[in-house]
Design a protein around this ligand. Structure first.
Ligand SMILES: Cc1cc2nc3c(=O)[nH]c(=O)nc-3n(C[C@H](O)[C@H](O)[C@H](O)COP(=O)(O)OP(=O)(O)OC[C@H]3O[C@@H](n4cnc5c(N)ncnc54)[C@H](O)[C@@H]3O)c2cc1C
Length: 791
């Protein structure tokens, strides 16, 4: 009843479960001055019609941690606020109907154990004892997660809203945000149907409308609304109130108990998009028409699993729209386009499960400006300008929806919206029998099939069909010379009279070197965690050329731009699509280059960590002496239009040196052998260079101030609670993929961040942190006896 607020520190837009959880955590944990604005009534968007299953298992440690926190929060919320939540920890069952799914489930159990989540493997008979109504004739096995549960989505949201109010948040309903105002690229306020608000930060939790709300500030939030249906039955004899939730991914369906009956829904392979032409006005507490014809495919599967459905009455077939994303992960964090504009949206039908942890994490991100842990999988900066293409986002999102319950194969690639970005080598590599993958829109050669065989991935949890072909590429690089098309690398130029001062503050390594030098550097956050990992070439006193991974384009550009100190004259330009990159790697690389170029490639004239302008096939090319595969070699960077001619010159001269095309899977094997770290795997914002064995690349011996220096100085001297270690496995039949549990003297101490086969050492190789609260030293590492739990 109080007056409409005209000023606030933080405004949360949207009163669904995500907005309410974010406001709750902002007010309760951070004592922030927070206002939540909801266009209709709380829960009126998607939240009110969710089924309410709360599962916790994901393939990332951080996301699993987020979901685990939700469960811990929901355990105590009702007691805290006095408002019922419908929350019960009735556990969750997950079924396997075939041997591959059983392997996947056993691998998931390993992952769960790695992340400290209880997950038991059951026989079909044990599963039936927990869920007597189901037919188990086709089951191979099942898993049970005893701490999973279910909630009433509206009740739990209202309970979070009450908790937020109790902590001081102001919640205003029936007010629509109609405009967002910026000053110097930052949030300065909002326009609403009840008047303007001056504020410092905005959190966009507008559910399926988050794309529209983002548009008010020029921010892309790539979402697609998809129709999602579940049916609700009358009471069925034998359905107890503590019946666990049930997921039957091979049949694409899920179940939960509901007032003595069942809720059954699923993820069909041919989903139906909704609101492609825009949202109808006043879509509040609204549903879509039931579509029995479309639901029939799921119903047929459900009848096999639960024969009692043949005779029970159906109360309703509910059809509600939910926002899905192009990779099936939700979207969190500060938008790269606008400072202090945060997003929490796109929850892919697990927003009830994620809300507790996502709201807590987002609140911390909003308050501190830095992500509190490794959130790369859900970070809004994983997208690029590609994701402002609505049609592309729709197609990829529908494909991702269709894969919600299908097997998550190692190395699986999406097929929709391809090819999108290609280098001039695309047709040449295709003619060379390349099997392509896609990353941030780019087609990239993963491997090359031998002549006469199809360049097609056959997915498996065992040794894949491309195993031998990648081995050939690997050996070509180690023993002769290989050519890699790395044109998708993200490339930036930083120019301006203060370029050195700006970059010296941002980079942990020393980049204040003379033109012609190359520097490998981490960029640290204020906690000393690794935010980016890239290579910097000094072009001139006032210019740097920066190269980073394909997927990190928006992320790294945003981190650099935001950390250029106010008042410095230095500007970052993204030149990714203008420049192509070929990597010529292997012991014969120098001899080959001497044949196609008159430049001096000797070690004296062109040592490691230097770059030069050279000429190949009559074209000026920027050569960087650097390697990610651990061999003599050069990265050749050039205006992308000429890369085809340079490639042709190298391939034709290379014939005499045994040159081979090689792809990204060979790179992975080569880099695993050499121990080069990958950002997002072994090194993340949650890891310090000193934990990762990269302390040598931190300029603590200089007096130059840099971002993260204070934390890094402390980390350099320890004590350390984890250290990155390399593991090889004696049994060659094992297939490592990452996330396998590390056991030290029989006790779990961590998990593999990455794993794969090393063709030169002929062993499985994995990297992971060994963790111990009481301290980890090299002696501690070496004195242990190690095993890995694999499936
Ligand atoms: C059929 C179905 C079943 C589901 N089952 C489950 C399940 O079992 N488990 C699970 O975890 N998840 C499930 N989900 C997903 C879950 O419902 C969503 O992920 C979750 O509700 C999303 O919450 P939200 O807060 O992001 O969005 P919403 O609840 O849609 O909230 C966004 C709010 O923003 C408001 N808003 C929009 N624009 C403006 C504006 N300009 N100004 C002010 N306010 C604005 C809207 O009115 C809306 O209330 C299911 C979804 C569906 C459709």
């Amino acid at each position: 009843m109080s007056a409409f607020p005209t000023q606030a520190e933080i405004v949360v837009i949207g009163g669904g479960i995500i907005g309410c959880s974010t406001a709750y955590h902002l007010a309760k944990l951070h004592k922030a001055d927070v206002v939540l604005l909801e266009r209709g009534k709380l829960t009126c968007g998607t939240t009110f019609h969710a089924a309410g299953l709360v599962g916790q298992l994901r393939s990332s440690a951080s996301i699993t941690q987020i979901l685990k926190y939700s469960v811990e929060l929901y355990d105590g919320l009702e007691a805290e606020t006095g408002l019922a939540t419908g929350w019960k920890r009735n556990g969750g069952l997950r079924l396997a109907n075939n041997p591959d799914r059983w392997t996947e489930i056993r691998r998931q159990a390993t992952t769960a154990h790695s992340f400290g989540l209880e997950m038991e493997l059951l026989t079909p008979a044990e599963a039936k004892a927990l869920w007597p109504l189901m037919d188990t004739g086709d089951l191979v096995g099942a898993a049970f997660l005893p701490t999973d549960g279910q909630a009433n989505p509206s009740d739990i949201t209202l309970s979070l809203a009450k908790g937020a109010r109790m902590a001081g948040a102001r919640i205003v309903e029936e007010v629509e945000v109609t405009g967002i105002t910026l000053a110097d690229g930052r949030i300065s306020g909002l326009a609403t149907t009840l008047g303007d608000i001056i504020c410092e930060k905005v959190v966009n939790c507008a559910g399926q409308w988050a794309g529209e709300v983002g548009g008010l500030a020029g921010v892309t939030v790539p979402l697609q609304s998809v129709q999602h249906q579940y049916m609700v039955t009358e009471a069925i004899e034998g359905v107890a109130s503590d019946l666990p939730t049930l997921r039957d991914p091979d049949r694409l369906i899920y179940f939960k108990e509901d007032v003595g009956g069942l809720v059954m829904g699923g993820y069909e392979p041919n989903p139906l998009a909704w609101a492609e032409e825009g949202f109808p006005e006043n879509f509040a507490f609204s549903l879509l028409d039931s579509d029995w014809d479309h639901f029939e495919q799921l119903m047929m599967q459900a009848l096999v699993r639960v024969p009692a459905l043949e005779t029970v009455g159906i109360k309703t077939l509910l059809n509600g729209p939910e926002s899905f994303t192009p990779d099936g992960n939700f979207i969190l964090g500060e938008a790269p386009e606008v400072r202090n504009f945060f997003v929490g949206a796109g929850f892919n039908a697990y927003g009830i499960a994620a809300a507790g942890g996502a709201g807590k994490t987002l609140a911390e991100w909003v308050v501190t400006g830095e992500q509190p842990m490794d959130l790369w999988g859900v970070d809004i900066r994983r997208f690029s300008s590609l994701h402002s293409d609505r049609a592309w986002v729709r197609d990829r999102t529908l494909e991702a929806y269709g894969k919600h319950y299908t097997m998550a194969w190692p190395h699986e690639e999406y097929q929709s919206g391809r090819p999108r970005l290609t280098s001039p080598l695309y047709q040449r590599l295709k003619a060379g029998n390349a099997c392509f993958g896609s990353k941030l829109g780019w087609e990239r050669p993963n491997w090359f099939a031998p002549a006469g065989s199809d360049p097609v991935d056959v997915y498996t949890f065992g040794r894949p069909n491309w195993f031998d072909a990648v081995g050939e590429e690997h050996r070509a690089c180690r023993e002769r010379v290989a050519l890699f098309d790395l044109s998708s690398f993200s490339k930036f130029e930083l120019r301006g009279p203060d370029a050195e001062a700006a970059l010296s503050w941002i980079c942990a390594n020393d980049v204040a070197k003379a033109p012609g030098h190359l520097t490998y550097s981490q960029l640290l956050n204020s906690r000393g965690g690794i935010e980016c990992d890239l290579t910097v070439a000094r072009l001139a006193e006032d210019a740097y050329y920066i190269v980073t991974g394909t997927g990190f384009r928006s992320h790294d550009a945003s981190w650099i731009r935001r950390n250029i100190k106010d008042g410095l004259a230095a500007e970052l330009t993204d030149i990714t699509e203008d420049w192509g990159t070929l990597a010529l790697m292997g012991p014969r690389a120098r001899q080959l280059l001497q044949q196609v170029s008159e430049d001096d490639w000797s070690n004296e004239a062109f040592p490691f960590a230097r770059h030069r302008e050279i000429t190949i096939a009559g074209h000026r090319v920027r050569a960087l002496r650097v390697t990610f595969v651990g061999e003599l070699g050069w990265e050749l960077h050039m205006p992308i239009a000429i890369s085809g001619e340079v490639y042709d010159a190298l391939m034709s001269a290379g014939a005499g040196f045994g040159i081979a095309n090689a792809g990204y899977r060979a790179i992975e094997s080569l880099r695993l052998e050499k121990g080069y770290r990958v950002w997002g795997a072994e090194i993340t914002p949650a890891d310090s260079p000193f934990d990762a064995g990269l302390g040598w690349a931190v300029k603590l011996k200089t007096n130059t101030p840099f971002l993260g220096r204070e934390a890094a100085s402390e980390q350099a001297v320890g004590p350390r609670s984890k250290l990155l270690a390399c593991f090889t496995v004696d049994d060659p039949e094992v297939v490592l993929q990452g996330r396998e549990t590390i056991l030290r003297n029989g006790e779990p101490v961590g998990w593999l961040a990455s794993g794969g086969w090393g063709y030169s050492v002929e062993k499985n190789i994995g990297y992971g942190y060994v963790r111990n609260g009481a301290g980890v030293t090299i002696d501690y590492l070496k004195s242990g006896s190690y095993e890995l739990e694999v499936a």
